[in-house]
Design a protein around this ligand. Structure first.
Ligand SMILES: *Cc1c(COP(=O)(O)O)cnc(C)c1O
Length: 429
């Protein structure tokens, strides 16, 4: 397999792009080598500029849940294009997507569309503060909530592999209202509430997805919700990754916990830039023009992006692929664990429906500290062997793998074959 065109483009890209990428997770920093440049994708497959074809388990970090270039989505986007790209005024499509989203989340009466997950969360945080009249926010180490200043501490994936504790350029003042707790550790949240009566909200990924996949244990989420509300604060579910991924709607519903504010992104736009935050009327009425919390966007509710979202969610609901995802997910989990056993490699696999990933460790992984026991050098060897055998994975130990509904039995065989070779390579290190 050759990567010479990718290498050429990478060198060329370095001149006017920072690291030749527009998002650092694409930079292959933690697995070595140069990033691949992609030419095109269709269904479950992605093709790089050298013509190498891969089964795609990145799917744009989640959004392409139907696989690439689904017919219904492409048709809807083309049709929308013909009417114009952006108007700075409302369209019917926004009402339609809002209804689909609110219907899918219990207790969500209203929603506001934005352009990314980062925007959804920073607005959701502002709303928590506006609604409670309090300032502080608790976040969990290893959870990533986009790149807004206030939450760019102990923020998991991208930062973890770059070994950055936080980010330069974030002034102390911007994080002085951010408190850190440990995932799956209610006591660590309780302590903050005992010491502080100025806490507006607690933000959490209901399934951790940015320290690798980490699952809430026992009644952690239920107890958390109760604790948060008892203290006059709100629970903010960051479902940018999990929304519409393991069920039609949120992970919250599946886990039996309904947050006060929900933030969405990724799947909701089906590959187009859409984010959203929503809540019950009493909370959403604080947002301008109904209330005093300002939040705006020139391209928010963009008609092409709305068409992408409506068609993706409509098709997703029609296909209802979640049982199939669970079966394929379980099969992949078994493939990984069996290969690890065959070659005596220490491996833990965490999975929630269609999102999963292996950790090269013996320890169970229920929080960021345990995730960091994973041997990232083993992951790097594993990653490149998977690439060379036709499977495109996120280039980091701490990113989740995602299924899409176009994956076939043949694809699973390709993944199984690659996994066997990759695990053998790891065992020889
Ligand atoms: C991806 C992600 C974000 C940020 O979304 P962007 O669209 O990249 O800004 C926020 N929260 C979670 C949980 C995410 O996975």
């Amino acid at each position: 397999m050759k990567f010479s065109t990718s290498e050429k483009l990478y060198q060329k890209g370095l001149k006017h792009l920072v690291g030749a990428v527009n998002s650092p997770v694409r930079a292959f920093s933690s697995v070595g080598g140069n990033p691949l440049f992609i030419k095109k994708a269709k269904g479950s497959k992605i093709v790089d500029v050298d013509g190498n074809e891969y089964v795609d388990l990145v799917v744009s970090y989640g959004p392409m849940i139907l696989g690439h270039r689904h017919k219904a989505v492409e048709k809807a986007a083309r049709k929308a294009l013909k009417n114009g790209y952006s108007f700075g005024a409302s369209t019917e499509a926004e009402i339609e997507l809002a209804k689909i989203v609110c219907d899918a989340f219990p207790e969500m009466d209203k929603v506001r569309f934005v352009n990314s997950g980062t925007e959804a969360v920073l607005s959701g945080i502002r709303l928590a503060r506006a609604y409670t009249g309090k300032d502080k926010i608790i976040k969990f180490s290893g959870c990533y909530h986009g790149h807004q200043d206030a939450l760019l501490v102990a923020a998991g994936s991208g930062l973890a592999t770059l070994s950055l504790p936080g980010s330069k350029g974030v002034p102390e003042g911007a994080v002085k209202n951010t408190l850190i707790a440990e995932y799956n550790n209610l006591e660590s949240v309780k302590k903050h509430f005992e010491n502080d009566d100025n806490i507006a909200g607690v933000i959490i990924e209901p399934i951790g997805g940015n320290m690798g996949v980490v699952i809430p244990q026992n009644d952690f989420l239920k107890d958390l919700k109760e604790l948060v509300n008892k203290n006059g604060a709100v629970l903010i579910a960051d479902e940018v990754m999990t929304g519409f991924r393991s069920t039609f709607g949120g992970a919250q519903e599946k886990l039996g916990v309904i947050a006060d504010i929900t933030c969405l992104g990724k799947v909701i736009g089906g590959g187009f830039p859409v984010g959203a935050y929503g809540a019950r009327n009493e909370i959403m009425e604080n947002v301008a023009p109904l209330g005093g919390m300002y939040q705006a966007g020139t391209l928010s509710g963009n008609p092409i992006a709305m068409a992408g979202g409506i068609s993706t969610l409509t098709e997703l609901k029609r296909q209802n692929p979640y049982e199939k995802f669970d079966k394929i997910g379980a099969a992949l989990e078994a493939i990984l664990l069996n290969a690890a056993k065959k070659y005596s490699v220490d491996l833990v696999v965490n999975r929630f429906g269609s999102m999963m990933n292996p950790f090269f460790t013996k320890s169970k992984v229920t929080n960021f500290k345990e995730a960091q026991t994973s041997d990232t050098q083993k992951f790097a060897v594993f990653f490149w062997e998977m690439i060379k055998n036709g499977v495109f994975l996120p280039p980091s130990q701490f990113e989740a793998w995602f299924l899409n509904s176009a994956i076939s039995n043949k694809d699973i065989k390709i993944i199984a074959n690659a996994t066997d070779k990759a695990m053998l390579a790891v065992s020889k290190m």
